[in-house]
Design a binder for this molecule. Sequence first.
Ligand SMILES: NC(=O)c1ccc[n+]([C@@H]2O[C@H](COP(=O)([O-])OP(=O)(O)OC[C@H]3O[C@@H](n4cnc5c(N)ncnc54)[C@H](OP(=O)(O)O)[C@@H]3O)[C@@H](O)[C@H]2O)c1
Length: 261
Amino acid sequence: MNASTTALFGLSNRVALVTGGNRGIGRALAKALGGAGAAIGIFARDEEKNRETVAELRALGIRAEAVRVDLADRAALRPALDAIRRALGPIDILVNNAAFAILKGVLQQSPEEWDAVMAVNLNAAFLLSKYVAEAMVAERRPGKIINVSSIAGNAGTPIFPSYVTAKGGLQALTRCLAIELAPHNIQVNALLPGWFSTDMTDWIRNWPEYGEVLKEMIQRTPRGRFGEPDELAGAAVFLASRASDHMTGAQLIIDGGFTVR
Ligand SMILES: NC(=O)c1ccc[n+]([C@@H]2O[C@H](COP(=O)([O-])OP(=O)(O)OC[C@H]3O[C@@H](n4cnc5c(N)ncnc54)[C@H](OP(=O)(O)O)[C@@H]3O)[C@@H](O)[C@H]2O)c1
């Protein structure tokens, strides 16, 4: 990279918080942002995976810290943010990435299951965006919020409707925050992956009862395969960097062409 490209995409002296950064897509995004120079904070529940990821990042020369937190626990969010701030400094880049899906249609899903999906996939993103943006505005610091949604947020399915509804909400939140925070030089964009090889998609890749769904999905994807988490790295760096300063409220789709058919 020459100096002007480094100035455009480089993230040195920034702190990025990646929720769900201890595996799958979040881990790939954490490595990408760290590789571009940012210090990395991680929120997730599995302490062993948190430790492994922090060790991997540090071995690459990246400042990193993880906080064990369940994003469904509203009261735990502010203390967890404070812990990252103490360890790494104020957060410049928030990546709302953590999510999970329950494979049940509306007829099978309990109200408690519905609430659990909303709590992690949508409400935690709202609360973390609010708290992080409040600090940025109070301290007059520019910032970036990247909401990891899904192409599913623009569609419908009977397989995991609570997940799809939360993602649709996350995209709406992205647009609203983009407008509200633009005067404060905070850009808010959504990254919409298609199908990627992670624990989250184990069911479609490996469960025999979803064999037909898998076949259809591969046939419909022009690139003919699942994406690998590393294939989102460039998009994350772009959305976190100066290079995307005039982009806000947008949806960046990376899906091997799945949605163009
Ligand atoms: N994989 C795909 O094909 C795909 C497609 C479109 C969009 N996405 C989106 O990409 C993002 C990452 O997905 P992924 O495929 O990487 O999923 P994943 O491999 O299942 O990882 C999920 C991450 O979220 C964390 N997490 C889940 N529940 C949490 C909770 N209650 N509190 C704190 N952390 C929690 C997990 O950590 P712990 O378990 O340790 O807490 C883990 O780090 C999600 O927003 C997902 O919707 C994925």
